[in-house]
Structure formats: C-alpha cells, structure tokens
Design a protein around this ligand. Sequence first.
Ligand code: MN
Length: 219
Amino acid sequence: MSERVLVVYRESSDVQPYARAIESVGAEPVLEEVRTGLRIGPCCGLLLTGGGDVDPALYGEIASPETDPPDPERDAVEAALIDEALARDLPLLGICRGMQLLNVHFGGSLVQHLPTVGRHVRRTSDRGLPAHRVVIEPGSMLASIAHRQMWEVNSRHHQAVARLAGGFKVCASDPEDGTVEAIELPARRYVLAVQWHPENQVSNDPEQRTLFQTFAAAL
Ligand code: MN
C-alpha cells in the first residue's frame, strides 16, 4: 500500500494538480476540505496548498487594501496540522500560501503586497510556464534536492515572507528583487516550502518532480 499524504484545500477546483503530483511519485493523496478538527491521523505527510492570503492579524498587522478577506477557519485548521506534523516529525511540503502560513505560524511576517508584484503574478494559460529565476542557497536541503544553483519557476503570488520565522532558513530567493522563494526548517527531517507552484511545473520541467519525489521518499 502506498503512503498517504494529507492534502488540504478550500476550493475543490484547485486541488487536482496537487493530487496528480503526489500520485505521480507513487504516494496516495488524501484530499480533505478545510474543517475544524481535521487531523493528519493515519496519513504520514502533509501538503499545504495555495489559496487566499493569511490573516495579517496573525502577524500583528492591519490588512492592506490588496489583501484577501481573512479565512480564520482555514488559518487555524492548517496551523493545527502544522503542529501535528512537526510533533510527529512528518514530512511537510508547503506551497505558496502554505509557505506563508508556515512562516507566520512560527512568528514570521509577510509583505502584504509586493512592490515588484508584476514580476510575481504571471497568469498564463499554461500555469507551468516559468516566470522568473530563483537562486538556491548552497548547502541547503533544497540544494541537495535540486542539484542546481538556479531554477526557472512559475509565479502567482502577490505576498511573500518579510520577517523570517525563527529556526527557518531561506533556501531560495529571486536574484533580481530578493523576494524569498523557499524556506526550510533544518531541525526537522523534511519541512520545506516553496513560493512557486511545482504541481503545475512537473509536466513541463521534470526536475521539479524531485520536490515531490524527495517528499514521498521521506514519508
Ligand atoms: Mn515569485
């Protein structure tokens, strides 16, 4: 039996690319809509997906006009799942909003609307097309996964990590404007989060599959 990964979503129309990426590396996605009381339970990994903005109140800020209306239930449910994953030292892969929530949950903050937003919100019909480069930090877990110093990534985020959460390490950033593009938590076996959407890139760039392959291998 393949290992099960909990994939949490708010909009069912958004979840299929994540599910297919997990399936493509031989693991079984367990798709669960956000609901209070949701637990990782019998799954042995957590995938946090993209979506609306994290409530700025969680990092002590007033919402800017560009920030999405808050979804306190989703923020709280996913924060509890992060705690469960870390307590059990389960592999956690955060994508886009997932990365932002992970950072906020451990005391970090976000840029609510990037000054270079045009560079990071690229909505193309093919969601797998790259938008900008990221530089990968030598010696990081991500470097050992990617086996390269640069990656061409897609991009559709208007927010990003501002103050980094304690214990985390920036493992990729945009070389042009310095935007944080990936973070990891060295104290755990596999806690990695990226700002781009590898679930859309796996078909165009087989090397992005290594993110899901190493995640599945850690289950
Ligand atoms: Mn970006």
